[in-house]
Write a protein of this length. Structure first.
Length: 121
């Protein structure tokens, strides 16, 4: 195997691993959110939920930014990815949209719980 072939194989392997990692489904709420929301009674409870949702929004926003960088890479150097360039660009765009929906939903939930905490005072 020559150096160029080895380099191409390594690049394909690295990109495939990155692609597969990007396919992982996010778990924006590792705790039982139904129970946490139903048991929230005090301003402190609602502020804790607001903080949880805000953190989930920040985590999803980091994914949005990461996939925007990947999309820019796939667009700027599409010649490296051959026929797959368009597929990878579409994949990144879909993930950006998906994670942005998570960001928006979590920010809304954080805002609602902050308002509930204020109303409970």
């Amino acid at each position: 195997m020559n150096t160029l072939s080895t380099l191409k194989t390594a690049l394909i392997l690295l990109l495939t691993l990155g692609f597969l990692a990007g396919c992982a489904q996010p778990n924006p709420h590792p705790m039982d959110m139904t129970a946490a929301v139903q048991s929230a009674k005090t301003p402190t409870d609602h502020l804790a939920l607001a903080n949880h949702y805000q953190q989930a929004a920040q985590d999803a926003q980091a994914q949005v930014e990461e996939h925007k960088k990947l999309l820019a890479e796939y667009q700027a150097k599409s010649y490296l990815y051959g026929k797959q360039a368009a597929t990878w660009q579409a994949h990144c765009q879909a993930l950006i949209y998906h994670y942005q929906q998570i960001v928006d939903a979590n920010r809304q939930m954080a805002d609602m719980h902050r308002k509930m905490a204020e109303a409970a005072h």
